[in-house]
Structure formats: structure tokens, C-alpha cells
Design a protein around this ligand. Structure first.
Ligand SMILES: O=C(O)CCC(=O)C(=O)O
Length: 269
């Protein structure tokens, strides 16, 4: 598994989840989605293709959040996570991907960090800490189109022009190295957030993406406290290590912040 991921930046495990496991997940995700759509009706109708923070308290009650935490902290999922990313991997967050209301909306090539990093920083990020999506399609879906190897290599000039819409190119244009990966309910797609990719819309898709990251302090801002389980829930999990790592990163960052605040106030006094 790890070799496949290292080489291509993605891998697919076919049919690893049973219908029984998916059914429980689907019920909870449907409840989240309904509530999220109600609250974000305008954004949903205009252009949304995903929501996030499913494990927060905002849209789900405690027992539903527990279902999500148990799935994320299941031995089955965590065995895959640790065999690819190592045992110190941290849970980062969750996202839910669905079809745009406007069927003519085109999907777009991107690297996830391009929305908060400069082009030079995006280059550096190829050698930096990893963030991986673990996509759990809840129904069969067209899947994703990915450019193998771009989790480690920079864009060709055509890829860069298309992805960043330079020189008259558009980010929905086809790219020659794209590989389409169709997914069925029960499959697991693992891919690097850093690689060049785009979603493929259609089939009334509904996919839960669980994001895991290397335990690096610079990623702490993407881990939200209210999306983490409480101590009682942690005790129920088959494998809690990704949540423990996330809590540890947040704790370390809070300590550093406290230290710098007290250093600043003693300098000012
Ligand atoms: O499925 C999609 O629409 C896009 C997926 C994606 O870009 C992502 O998960 O970062």
C-alpha cells in the first residue's frame, strides 16, 4: 500500500466496507447534509460542492457524532491510515462532497493548498508535511481525476496554466496526464491533498472525506477543537491514536502561544 501511495500519490482499496457499515454512516451523513443545506440554502443553490466539519456539534447530536468517531477510529480504517502515513498521524477534519445544484457547473483542477499558499509556498509544500484524503463514497460515483506523481512533482507548464487559469486557459480544461478513478460504495480512495486533482460530478454522489495529516505544528490551524471527541468517546474507540495526535498538536500549539504571550507581556512590563 505504502509503495503505491509513495509512487502515485493515491491508491484505491476496492470493496473494503460492508453495506452494514455504510448504512449506519449514510443515515448520519444524510441528517448532517439536510441540516447543512437548510442553513446554507443560498450557497448550496448557487455553487457549493462540499460542506465540512461533520463531527462538530452544530448539525449532529451526540449519538450521531459517536457513529462518525467510531468509524474514523475503527481498527479497519486506522490500519490503512497507519500503514500509509505512520503511527503518529493526526486526524485533521472531515468534508462531504455532493453534486452542484447547477448541472452545468464544471469541476476544476487544483491542489488543496493553493487557496492559502503562494505559488512558491506550494512548491515548498511538496517536500513538507502530508495531508491525505481518505474518501469513503456512500453511493457509487464517478470519483476523481488525478495526475499521478504530482504529490511530489511540480506542474508542467500546461498544468500550471490550466490550474491557475493563466494565459487564457481555464481550470476545467482536460489535462493529458489525468487518470479517472471511478468509485463504488464500499471502496476507499486515498489521495494526497497536495496532488493535482479534480472531482467528477454526477450520479448524485455523496462522499465522506476524512482528512489525516502528519503531526506538524503548521497544520494545527486546520484541526478544529470542536470537531474532536470528548474523553468518554475516545475511550470507546478501537484505535484512538489519530485523535490523540490531533489533541497533542493542539496542546503543543496552545503552550507555545501561552509562552509567547507571557514573553511579550514581560517584555512590555
Ligand atoms: O470531489 C470533488 O468535487 C473534489 C474533491 C477535492 O477536490 C478534494 O477532496 O480536495
Amino acid at each position: 500500500m505504502k509503495n503505491d501511495y509513495d509512487q502515485n500519490g493515491y491508491l484505491v482499496l476496492k470493496n473494503i466496507f460492508e453495506e452494514r457499515e455504510l448504512q449506519a454512516l449514510r443515515q448520519v451523513v444524510d441528517r448532517f447534509h439536510q441540516s447543512w443545506v437548510e442553513e446554507n440554502a443560498e450557497f448550496y443553490a448557487e455553487k457549493a460542492i462540499n460542506s465540512a466539519y461533520l463531527t462538530a456539534k452544530k448539525h449532529l447530536k451526540g449519538s450521531d457524532r459517536e457513529v462518525l468517531f467510531k468509524f474514523i477510529g475503527s481498527a479497519k480504517l486506522m490500519d490503512v491510515v497507519t500503514s500509509i502515513m505512520g503511527s503518529h498521524t493526526a486526524f485533521m477534519n472531515t468534508q462531504l462532497f455532493f453534486d452542484p445544484v447547477n448541472a452545468a457547473q464544471r469541476s476544476y483542477w487544483h491542489r488543496d493548498p493553493q487557496y492559502h499558499l503562494s505559488v512558491e509556498e506550494q512548491k515548498d509544500a511538496l517536500a513538507g508535511p502530508d495531508v491525505l484524503h481518505f474518501r469513503v463514497p456512500l453511493v457509487d460515483e464517478p470519483g476523481l481525476e488525478l495526475i499521478p506523481g504530482t504529490h511530489r512533482r511540480w506542474d508542467s507548464s500546461e498544468e500550471l496554466d490550466v490550474r491557475l487559469e493563466q494565459k487564457g486557459r481555464k481550470n476545467h480544461e482536460d489535462l493529458p496526464a489525468g487518470v479517472r478513478v471511478a468509485l463504488n460504495a464500499g471502496d476507499l480512495l486515498v489521495f494526497s491533498a497536495n496532488m493535482i486533482h479534480r472531482g467528477l460530478y454526477g450520479m448524485n454522489r455523496l462522499a465522506l472525506d476524512i482528512l489525516f495529516c502528519d503531526p506538524a505544528p503548521e497544520l494545527a490551524a486546520f484541526i478544529t477543537d470542536n470537531c474532536l471527541p470528548d474523553p468518554r468517546t475516545l475511550e470507546m474507540l478501537e484505535n484512538r491514536t489519530a485523535f490523540d495526535s490531533a489533541l497533542e498538536i493542539k496542546r503543543r500549539c496552545a503552550d507555545v502561544e501561552k509562552l509567547s504571550i507571557s514573553a511579550t507581556s514581560s517584555l512590555n512590563s
